[in-house]
Design a protein around this ligand. Structure first.
Ligand SMILES: NC(=O)c1ccc[n+]([C@@H]2O[C@H](COP(=O)([O-])OP(=O)(O)OC[C@H]3O[C@@H](n4cnc5c(N)ncnc54)[C@H](OP(=O)(O)O)[C@@H]3O)[C@@H](O)[C@H]2O)c1
Length: 308
């Protein structure tokens, strides 16, 4: 545990920077609950899978390919159903939706956890910048495809990031979703995480008047996951920085998975929707991420991309 995690005080929820996924679900029975989790095979997703299953939940565990989902499920104890879901391939996402619907079980929560970060060069899927497509469009197709399968009080929990603050001015460059008018790895990652946040906000608005909820979150900064795999930093430079940062300020994977486990399952949050969380407490996103018109515009644009 880092020095910061040891000394930073807990927030109003009773949890904080140093809380782990096991801490925030201690004493909670998730028997009879079913969650769909993306990116189940690595980092925060694998820890979320382990802890939700430990508390008795049935976790429908999605990875890019079925073998990775199966391996992740085999590595932990509990009730799981492995499924394939390649988020950058709409046909795969729709096949996942169909598979989940065939299970014919109400889904108590979807945790949109999978993601890619800061690809050094511009990559595209179907003409759109790949981080935007994977992190946002893929999850949009998945969640909207499963609305009918959601339990009456289901929660959709979307992994955003504090990196949403490095999204371009205005949040989303609607005239540059392909990246052809300029690409920066971190700006594009920021935009995709800004889109994740707007998606949760607009979904929450559409859920209003029901017992369903949608929220977004920043899990903290955790260097021990595979997220940094695309960054071209030589290990000889990166490894000492990671070691020192882990000691001083960073979160461990169990701490990083805490906020999503908390937001997805904590009973006190039953009526909380449309919020952005960090360190297991409500936090403030960049001001323009609170703009309902922007969230609605992104939804409309995404819907058109998703059906094309
Ligand atoms: N770690 C941090 O410091 C941090 C900070 C802020 C936000 N986050 C967010 O936290 C989430 C989890 O990240 P992590 O740190 O646990 O990273 P990770 O270890 O790299 O896990 C990412 C997961 O997403 C999956 N994934 C990537 N591309 C996919 C695609 N096209 N289709 C389906 N699945 C795909 C990966 O599958 P493969 O293994 O098959 O590639 C992996 O299971 C991400 O959304 C990330 O943006 C992380």
């Amino acid at each position: 545990m880092s020095l910061l995690a040891m000394i930073k005080p807990k927030g109003p929820s009773g949890f904080g920077y140093g809380s782990t996924a096991e801490d925030v679900t201690a004493g909670l029975s998730l028997n009879g609950k079913t969650y769909l989790l993306t990116g189940c095979n690595s980092g925060l997703g694998l820890e979320t899978l382990r802890v939700l299953a430990l508390r008795g939940a049935h976790v429908i565990s999605a990875a890019r390919i079925l073998e990775r989902a199966q391996a992740a499920c085999a590595s932990i104890k509990g009730l799981t159903t492995p499924v394939a879901c390649e988020l950058a391939e709409p046909a795969s996402v729709r096949a996942c939706v169909a598979t989940v619907k065939r299970l014919n079980i109400p889904i108590d929560g979807i945790i949109c956890n999978a993601g890619i970060m800061a690809l050094p060069k511009l990559n595209r899927a179907y003409g759109y910048e790949l981080q935007f497509f994977t992190n946002h469009i893929g999850h949009f197709i998945l969640v909207t495809g499963l609305i009918d399968a959601l339990a009456a009080d289901a929660r959709v929990t979307v992994l955003s990031s504090r990196a949403h603050e490095s999204a371009p001015k205005g949040g989303i460059e609607f005239d540059n979703l392909s990246g052809e008018k300029g690409y920066s790895a971190w700006r594009a990652y920021g935009q995709s995480k800004f889109a994740n946040l707007l998606f949760a906000k607009e979904l929450a608005r559409r859920f209003s008047g029901t017992a369903r909820a949608a929220n977004a979150l920043h899990p903290g900064v955790i260097f021990d996951t595979n997220l940094k795999r695309s960054m071209n930093v030589p290990r000889v430079i990166f490894d000492p920085i990671v070691t020192l940062s882990n000691l001083l300020v960073l979160k461990t994977i169990p701490q990083g998975a805490a906020t999503q486990c908390y937001v997805a399952t904590n009973r006190a949050l039953a009526a909380v929707s449309g919020q952005y969380f960090a360190d297991c407490n409500i936090a403030k996103p960049r001001a323009d991420a609170e703009d309902p018109l922007l969230a609605r515009r992104l939804w409309d644009v995404t819907e058109k991309i998703a059906v094309a």
